[in-house]
Design a protein around this ligand. Structure first.
Ligand SMILES: Cc1cc2nc3c(=O)[nH]c(=O)nc-3n(C[C@H](O)[C@H](O)[C@H](O)COP(=O)(O)OP(=O)(O)OC[C@H]3O[C@@H](n4cnc5c(N)ncnc54)[C@H](O)[C@@H]3O)c2cc1C
Ligand code: SF4
Length: 499
């Protein structure tokens, strides 16, 4: 068979963009096919209406979520989620790779241990931190999380005063807050009050789009198609697929491309949809969708926190990662968030409050979010509906909610220690499924337990790999982007040897 490329990578996010750049810089001929366009950086880049309400840089497909059509907050531009994310790139705990230690009675025996352990990924976490320029404070105590090896103290953003107070007050009470490892270059950063969720106007926040661009500039090996959607795979044999069918979205023109290997990385909702549309029949395709249960807690202070005018998403607490005295169950990380913008403030309950009061509250707030590991449930799944539209069924379990409530109580205490005079909690999960989608094509040891094997190769299809958030068998208690990137770099090694 004639091949157009060594490798076709579908989707340019944390998984696909990272893998594509690694393979191209090692001399493989790579085609990246990205459904979205390149992010337009202009003066309206932090336009809240356009970005968070009209969702212009987000995936423009309505998803039928529990029967209701919605646009979800998942990256839909070159770089995928990493062109919009908060840049917190955090290693999980070594025990996250052994979920049986925390949930032995609640999950299948097959899920007790991931098919590979932390030690096998450690070198790829190092590489991913280097590629994404992760800056972390060397002396911080990250336990029980695995610590970053990158420290780059020179590139770290200076702590906002409110965060210094929050850290000091909580350390005095025996907690171990740390400065979040961020893929943000302080020398380029404008310290915007609203960072996560918006494109970065200066390129200070590293993204997979930058990796793809850099690989393309450094080598003639990478070809990039944007605004082009992979509709389905052309069937072939279990050894060789017949290619990918691609539609140019402006013109509707259809093309078929062939490669020695295919890497699916269209995100945890997009990837199973492509497999289902292509006629793959593994019973686990699309199942076990997870996204983290995320309790929010906002502390209000008498004096200004600066959250309305500067960058405050800087602090993490892993003290309750594996539970508390009153809730001895694994929970996850607590980390700070930027203050919501004025429109989001008005939407989430403040419609009746005058603008001056909302502005005053925004000036005096500091939000925290919990990243609670939600457990995989086969009923939470991606399917295709009429006409091929993507449907998502999802409910959190009572166990996820209970742990979220328990973590929310600790978040209030953290904020009060830092001087908050009032704390408002919100245990309601986002209806827009912000950010951490994963689990729908999980990797494992056996074909009856997982969709892809330990090398992320699809069982029964030798030339097809998956490297996005779909492969995670459990959702971890930290944001997934660093782990997805590390796994992608491991697969890049396998592919460069194999092709
Ligand atoms: C607002 C926000 C804040 C976040 N903050 C953090 C954070 O601080 N820390 C963290 O770890 N994580 C964070 N995340 C999550 C992180 O960005 C994602 O977990 C990560 O990007 C997922 O990587 P992925 O490769 O699975 O998919 P994505 O990065 O979503 O990439 C999938 C890509 O595939 C493309 N695609 C989809 N369908 C097709 C198709 N049919 N054909 C071609 N291309 C297709 C999409 O357009 C997209 O570009 C955040 C995400 C968001 C949206
Ligand atoms: S705060 Fe810094 S990294 Fe974030 S969007 Fe602004 S310039 Fe970019």
């Amino acid at each position: 068979m004639d091949y157009d490329f060594d490798l076709i990578v579908i989707g340019s996010g944390a998984g696909g963009g990272t893998l594509a750049s690694a393979c191209a810089t090692r001399g493989k001929r790579v085609l990246v096919i990205e459904r979205g366009r390149r992010t337009q950086i202009d003066e309206r880049v932090h336009d809240e209406q356009r970005t968070l309400f009209d969702k212009q840089p987000y995936d423009d497909r309505p998803i039928e979520l529990n029967g209701e059509s919605r646009r979800l907050l998942m990256g839909g531009v070159l770089g995928g989620g990493t062109s919009l994310y908060g840049g917190a790139m955090i290693r999980p705990s070594v025990d996250d790779f052994h979920p049986g230690k925390s949930y032995g009675e609640r999950i299948d025996r097959a899920l007790w241990d991931w098919p590979l352990g932390y030690d096998e990924l450690a070198e790829y976490y190092d590489q991913a931190e280097r590629l994404y320029h992760v800056a972390a404070r060397g002396g911080d105590d990250f336990a029980p999380l695995a610590p970053p090896t990158a420290s780059n103290e020179d590139e770290i953003l200076p702590l906002a005063d409110i965060n210094r107070r929050l850290i000091d007050a909580n350390r005095r009470q025996g907690l171990h807050p740390f400065q979040l490892p961020l893929s943000i270059d302080a020398s380029l950063c404008l310290r915007c009050d609203n960072c996560a969720g918006f494109p970065c106007p200066t390129g200070a926040r590293r993204s997979a789009a930058q990796l793809v661009d850099e690989a393309q500039a450094a080598t003639s090996q990478l070809t990039l198609l944007t605004n082009c959607e992979v509709e389905r795979f052309e069937s072939g044999t279990s050894e060789v697929l017949g290619g990918v069918h691609v539609r140019e979205r402006s013109t509707g023109e259809l093309s078929l491309y062939r490669a020695r290997r295919y890497v699916l990385s269209a995100g945890a909702i997009g990837s199973p949809a492509i497999l289902l549309r292509s006629g793959f029949v593994h019973p686990l395709i699309g199942r076990h969708y997870m996204m983290h249960y995320s309790p929010l807690c906002v502390g209000f202070y008498l004096a200004s926190t600066g959250a309305d005018e500067t960058f405050v998403k800087q602090v993490g607490f892993a003290d309750y990662y594996f539970g508390t005295d009153d809730c001895p169950h694994k929970m996850g990380l607590v980390q700070s968030l930027p203050a919501p913008g004025p429109l989001m403030m008005a939407k989430s309950g403040g419609r009746l409050l005058p603008r001056w009061l909302l502005a005053s509250l925004r000036k005096r707030m500091l939000p925290l979010v919990g990243i609670v590991e939600d457990l995989p449930n086969p009923a939470n799944r991606v399917t295709l509906g009429e006409g091929g539209r993507i449907c998502l069924s999802h409910q959190f379990s009572e166990y996820d909610r209970d742990r979220g409530r328990a973590l929310g109580r600790q978040m209030k205490r953290i904020l009060r220690r830092g001087g908050a005079v009032y704390c408002a909690g919100n245990a309601l999960p986002s209806q827009e499924h912000v950010a951490h989608q994963c689990g729908t094509l999980r990797f494992g040891r056996r074909a009856d337990e997982a969709v892809v094997d330990a090398d992320c190769r699809m069982f029964g299809q030798r030339d097809l790999f998956v490297v996005d958030g779909s492969i995670l068998p459990t959702s971890l208690g930290v944001g997934p982007s660093l782990t997805i990137s590390a796994m992608a770099l491991r697969v890049a090694d396998i592919l460069t040897q194999e092709i």
